[in-house]
Design a protein around this ligand. Structure first.
Ligand SMILES: NC(=O)c1ccc[n+]([C@@H]2O[C@H](COP(=O)([O-])OP(=O)(O)OC[C@H]3O[C@@H](n4cnc5c(N)ncnc54)[C@H](OP(=O)(O)O)[C@@H]3O)[C@@H](O)[C@H]2O)c1
Length: 182
């Protein structure tokens, strides 16, 4: 699959590497902007304050499926139900909230786990199959939290992960399962 990754940092650079290893063709786009015209999927991995500038700097994002990994860490929240809704207001296509609850610093330890770690996500229905595939191809098991109306809840769950990380001594994986699955 052709993927455009916007933001070349911990998340963007890390997922680009993992998707390439899974056989995808990844274009990484930084502050200078670039083109996503050929891409079937776009990952957005920039600071939340940069969402608008980052998307406006890339041609061909209109109508594309976007996986939004952003979190709101500081400053005033934009006037949208969630950051994912802000993304959708700019691109107009299907959007998923994904990877915002997975620590990039331990991507390189995913494959060494005895159990596949989960990646909580929510998505517009049209974005769901592609999002699940890209979550699986990064090494995680997708766990759906429903439609995009859950995006704000996923963004606010970051506080729980930070609390676990600070008391538990570092970044963590998590796994969701029905009884009998774990
Ligand atoms: N780190 C994590 O574990 C983690 C996990 C889940 C979600 N997140 C979220 O994912 C997003 C990225 O986090 P990160 O840790 O990858 O941050 P990061 O390492 O600081 O990388 C952010 C990248 O975005 C680029 N950028 C900034 N403004 C841009 C613009 N207008 N156009 C294109 N690129 C731009 C930065 O470029 P410059 O270097 O030139 O500034 C940098 O390469 C954030 O919203 C964060 O809250 C992070």
């Amino acid at each position: 699959m052709k993927i455009a990754v916007i933001g070349k940092g911990n998340v963007g650079g890390g997922l680009a590497q993992r998707w390439r290893a899974a056989g995808h063709e990844v274009t990484e786009i930084g502050r200078g902007g670039g083109a996503a015209d050929e891409a079937e999927a776009v990952l957005l991995a920039v600071p939340s304050a940069e969402i608008e500038d980052a998307l406006r700097g890339v041609s061909g994002v209109e109508g594309k499926t976007v996986l939004d990994a952003t979190n709101h860490l500081q400053g005033e929240r934009p006037d949208f139900p969630s950051l994912a809704h802000q993304v959708k207001s700019i691109t107009g296509g299907p959007v998923a909230k994904a990877f915002n609850l997975n620590f990039a610093s331990i991507y390189d330890e995913i494959d060494a786990q005895a159990t596949t770690p989960s990646c909580l996500y929510c998505a517009d229905d049209e974005a769901r199959p592609l999002t699940e595939q890209l979550i699986r191809d990064s090494g995680y098991e997708p766990v759906s939290a429903g439609g995009l109306e859950s995006a704000r809840a996923l963004e606010e769950t970051l506080g729980v992960l930070f609390a676990v990380m600070s008391t538990g001594g570092g970044p963590v994986f998590y796994r969701f399962g029905k009884p009998g699955e774990l």
